[in-house]
Ligand binder design. Structure first.
Ligand code: PLP
Length: 286
């Protein structure tokens, strides 16, 4: 991804090469910041309202100052205008600000879309499973674990992606104890048996993906039933097809799990139907 434009609370547009954080910004020194990533289609950030709702929820859970929606909207608009690229990635950051200060830092970043996504979609990706060592029901009752919060404390998620690459795969899926399927480091996970799509329930403390909720509606339109629940990895491993969902990667077929083919080992029809439905919705949204 190439950074194309940056807007900063209290400053407006800045040179993307310029430093924008104080050394004691709590977003940097303690990871006390919430963020959102959305894809911009034809100049329109997809489901921006839903992303701002989630940003506000994450900020509240981390104990950050209240998110100023209008401020975020105007930073986003300024950065998109400055970038002048119709299809791109918009990221919004809301941090605790400087140590001992109540003034949040807010940033809007516009970047190019990462290369290679469509190629991965055509071929499908390889995934490994990684245990988190948590009881499946713990995050629902342990708010300090920040389950379902999109914070910048993503070093574990990035380390999981690196571990997948180290093992010759492309992505990972986290498991709770007992092999319960949770989510990917930056995606939600889905699989299909006949006309039923399965995806882990939000009660497991996974992130409520905006793409996930879009696909739950789209699946009905495409003739699939969706079951959200608590499923062991064996249920996914025995599926006819598997895919992940996220704002940037959209619907991404998974053709291999832990070195073994999933279903026939090629991208499946539900991933294709839902990718198409997602793009249809993106062309209407806004
Ligand atoms: C942990 C995690 N789960 C799921 C997702 C997918 O969410 P969305 O569809 O809103 O992009 C993300 C997105 O970054 C994520 O970080």
């Amino acid at each position: 991804m190439t950074l194309l434009a940056v807007a900063v609370r209290g400053r407006g547009i800045v040179d993307p090469e310029a430093p924008v954080l104080h050394a004691d910004d709590e977003g940097l020194i303690r990871g006390r910041a919430a963020f959102e990533t959305t894809r911009v289609y034809d100049g329109r950030p997809f489901k921006l309202d839903e992303h701002l709702d989630r940003l506000a929820g994450s900020a509240a859970r981390i104990g950050l100052p209240d998110v100023d929606r209008d401020e975020c909207l105007s930073l986003a608009a300024a950065a998109l205008d400055e970038a002048g690229v119709p299809d791109c990635v918009l990221r919004l950051y809301w941090t605790a600000g400087r140590e001992g200060d109540d003034e949040p830092t807010a940033l809007a970043l516009v970047s190019s879309i990462p290369a290679g996504l469509d190629e991965h979609r055509r071929k499908g990706i390889r995934m490994i499973s990684l245990p988190l060592g948590l009881e499946a029901d713990l995050r629902a009752v342990a708010p300090w674990l920040l389950g379902g919060v999109k914070s910048t404390s993503y070093a574990v998620n990035m380390a999981a992606e690196a571990e997948a690459r180290r093992r010759g795969a492309d992505d990972a899926v986290f498991l709770a104890s007992g092999g319960v399927v949770l989510e990917g480091p930056v995606t939600n996970v889905w699989w299909r048996r006949e006309r039923v799509l399965y995806t882990p329930a939000l009660e497991l403390g996974i992130l409520a993906g905006v793409t996930r909720s879009t696909l739950i509606v789209a699946a009905g339109t495409c003739g699939y039933e969706v079951r959200e629940g608590v499923f062991p990895l064996e249920h996914l491993a025995g599926s006819e097809e598997t895919f992940t969902s996220s704002s940037i990667r959209e619907v991404m077929p998974v053709v291999e799990l832990d070195g073994r083919p999933l279903g026939p080992g090629v991208p499946g029809p539900a991933a294709r139907d839902l990718q198409e439905a997602l793009r249809d919705e993106a062309s209407r949204d806004g």
